[in-house]
Design a protein around this ligand. Sequence first.
Ligand SMILES: [Zn+2]
Length: 158
Amino acid sequence: MSDSYSVFIMDGGKPSFFSKWLAKQYKRDDPIGDLAQDAKRDPIAPWAGDVSDWESYLRRVACKEAIETFYEAVKERQPKDKDPYLVTLSRRYDVMKRDKFRCCICGRTVEDGVKLEVDHKFPKSKGGTNDPDNLWTLCFDCNRGKKAKLLSDDTGDF
Ligand SMILES: [Zn+2]
């Protein structure tokens, strides 16, 4: 059989940060190693997904220790705020944690089947910053609804 690493690579795709991280944990003899081994066999593990897919997957299957270790790895890898508009993974996580992993508009969580996103309350296109005060957790539906509303408000006198 192939080695553990290749299992984490999507067919035809580049390994995601998440799959590389899991592959590194594979040989650990602790709950994080167990997580990596379980994930390897898990057909719904989000190999090619984006950050919010990994976050919601980990929150569903992983122990707190594993999630923290993952975020440590993420923090080490983040460039130091080169792009002032880049919301770093660790900041996204801090915002979601502050908002208790719930949508700030409808209150739903990943357990309700929604995908959570970190959004700028005041859009960055209009000068909104990445300050945590300007960031909040929204579900996919509410975030799309909010953006549609902002666009239509551009022509009105909201
Ligand atoms: Zn919502």
